[in-house]
Design a protein. Structure first.
Length: 265
């Protein structure tokens, strides 16, 4: 079986300074990869580069990215836009980056699903989208779907907004989901709910997931593979058990030691 995602020797630069260097990794269909590292390690920059969401002044300067055997740099803007959302999608750390606070959740789902907002949804489509939303909410364990659809994001908790963002992302059943620090601003109970949703998504749809986190405990809980980044480089990469039980790099050992120290206190 060929990899779903194949990143080869990737460099990303910001204002001519290399901030991500020599990254190579693979993800198989239905696999969960946890990318862990402290703030500034380059992990979020890496996944934004893969998604084509780098900000002004940043660019991929070396290497190749293949998705389902397609070289992404060979796609024109229209082809790349079609790919994003339908086959590759992303959930951000802050749900406010994705949700408009003064529009209901239902209206935002309508826009997301109606040709990505180019045309307004007609009455028939709105009914279809509503059914699809309620079905997705139920499948991933979001209760009170009717009330959620009627709500504005400012009326929902941060954790609920994050779970809604995950549900919206999954309504097109993408092959690959990137989750950038999806639990970092949430309390422990809601963190657990979000992680359970991600596991359900993989089990229900066979979606491969890349989750970025500073918490190696999250990687241990849900990932199949682990990648450790430090100062823009991949210092450790392998199966979860290889990385967590038999770490080779000193930085990985420090991360694990810090987790064990906190658990003892």
């Amino acid at each position: 079986m060929n990899p779903l995602l194949d990143v080869r020797h990737l460099d990303i630069s910001y204002k001519e300074k290399c901030v991500v260097s020599g990254i190579s990794l693979q993800l198989m269909p239905g696999e969960i990869l946890g990318i862990v590292g402290e703030s500034g390690s380059g992990k979020s920059t890496l996944i934004r580069g893969i998604m084509g969401l780098l900000g002004a002044g940043a660019s991929i300067t070396k290497g190749d990215i293949y998705f389902r055997d397609q070289k992404l740099s060979d796609l024109d803007q229209r082809q790349r836009r079609k790919l994003m959302g339908s086959q590759m999608t992303m959930v951000f750390q802050n749900p406010q980056a994705s949700l408009v606070p003064i529009r209901t959740v239902e209206s935002q789902i309508n826009e997301a699903l109606s040709q990505r907002g180019r045309n307004s949804a007609d009455v028939l489509n709105r009914a279809k989208f509503r059914r699809k939303a309620l079905e997705t909410f139920e499948k991933i364990g979001l209760k009170g779907g009717d009330q959620i659809l009627k709500s504005y994001p400012f009326q929902l908790s941060g954790g609920m907004n994050q779970r809604v963002c995950i549900a919206i992302a999954m309504m097109q059943k993408p092959k690959l989901l990137f989750a950038d620090e999806p639990t970092s601003a949430l309390d422990v109970t809601v963190q657990s709910q979000v992680l359970n949703e991600l596991l359900k998504i993989r089990d229900l749809y066979g979606t491969a997931i890349v989750i970025v986190t500073h918490n190696i405990g999250i990687v241990e809980r849900i990932a199949d593979k682990a990648a450790v980044m430090h100062q823009g480089k991949l210092v450790e990469y392998g199966t979860k058990d290889e990385v967590i039980r038999y770490p080779k790099d000193d930085y990985t050992k420090k991360l694990l030691s810090a987790v064990l120290h906190l658990e003892r206190e």
